[in-house]
Design a protein around this ligand. Structure first.
Ligand SMILES: C[S@@+](CC[C@H](N)C(=O)[O-])C[C@H]1O[C@@H](n2cnc3c(N)ncnc32)[C@H](O)[C@@H]1O
Length: 306
């Protein structure tokens, strides 16, 4: 059995033997060997096994493995997990960065062998980020629920940049159980290594291995992201300066005091202060670096203020 120790940063410049390095998005067997060496499970399950890297690592470490994938008749959404795993390694697609069905394997072959078109269930073919996150989190909870008490999931995920926007799998993945570790894994030999980026794009050169543990059978803590939109005028932590500056920032011309009253009235900021109009006037007058008095009762934002 592999006896290397794990640290919070791992790096495998040499991929190692096992699985198939031509299967796009494959991972290094060394990572799985290290996970097995550290946590010492007797068996490892992988429900998105791709080219079979997990089996190669398990064989090398002398433990059993159970492998499944959409290409071999198993769809994580519609198929039942038969076993009660002790350790799951999960390496989902990084959204649609690499497409699997009908690219890495023929959809028609899967259909003739297993009776379904894999393209309809493939996580890498989900069109929008929100639906991908929903499917990813469904798969996460389903796998976690199948774990035996004391069992673990090691999840290899990455963040994605598209057209200047960050899509963070790590931030948005649901985290059931005890969040035991987040390991940074440096990336090597990836497709984008040869790309040069312009402007303020910071290339992503790492992935994460998130490890969660199931400490209780019935009652489990869950960290889940809830998306929301809020209005600056309703944020109780925002100062009067912040609220007034935010309103003025949206105006292209000087505005009268009455406009500021109208815009701020009925928002949370005014509810806790019956002298809110006085507070607005005082804030405008006391912050000449931010607010310019341009005429009788007229104000604008000093856009050059630091
Ligand atoms: C990142 S790859 C795994 C690579 C693997 N770790 C390796 O080293 O070869 C993700 C895999 O998820 C599979 N997949 C996508 N959607 C799936 C689904 N709904 N159910 C099961 N597997 C799915 C794809 O077929 C693909 O093989």
């Amino acid at each position: 059995m592999n006896s290397r120790t794990l640290t919070s940063i791992v790096s495998y410049p040499e991929r190692g033997e096992g699985g198939n390095n031509r299967y796009r998005g494959n991972c290094s067997p060394k990572l799985i060997e290290d996970l097995i060496g550290f946590f010492k499970p007797l068996e490892i399950c992988d429900y998105m096994c791709g080219s079979g890297t997990t089996k190669a690592a398990a064989d090398k470490c002398g433990i059993k493995s159970r492998l499944y994938d959409l290409h071999s008749g198993f769809d994580i959404v519609n198929c039942e997990i038969q076993e009660r795993p002790e350790f799951i390694f999960w390496h989902p697609p990084y959204w649609d960065i690499i497409k699997y069905s009908d690219v890495m394997y023929k959809a028609s072959d899967v259909e003739s062998r297993y009776g379904y078109n894999p393209m309809q269930f493939d996580l890498s073919r989900i069109q929008n980020w929100e639906s991908f996150v929903e499917a990813m989190n469904y798969a996460m909870m389903k796998q976690f629920a199948s774990l035996e008490k004391g069992g673990r999931m090691a999840v290899l995920i990455g963040d994605i940049k598209k057209k200047g926007k960050l899509y963070s799998m790590l931030s948005e993945i649901v985290k059931p159980g005890s969040l035991e570790n987040i390991i940074i894994k440096t990336q090597h030999n990836c497709f984008s290594d040869n790309t040069t980026y312009s402007g303020s794009f910071i290339p992503i050169l790492h992935e994460y291995v998130m490890i969660v543990r199931k400490d209780n059978s019935l009652i489990i803590p869950v960290i889940a992201v809830k998306q929301s939109v809020t209005d600056m005028r309703d944020i109780k932590e925002a100062s009067w300066k912040d609220v007034i500056a935010s309103v003025l920032e949206e105006c292209n011309a000087d505005v009268p005091l009455s406009y500021l009253y109208e815009q701020i009235e009925n928002h949370e900021k005014t509810k806790s202060n019956k002298w809110w109009k006085e507070k607005i006037r005082q804030t405008l007058q006391c912050n000449p670096a931010h607010f310019l008095h341009t005429g009788r009762g007229m104000w604008k934002l000093n856009r050059s203020a630091a």
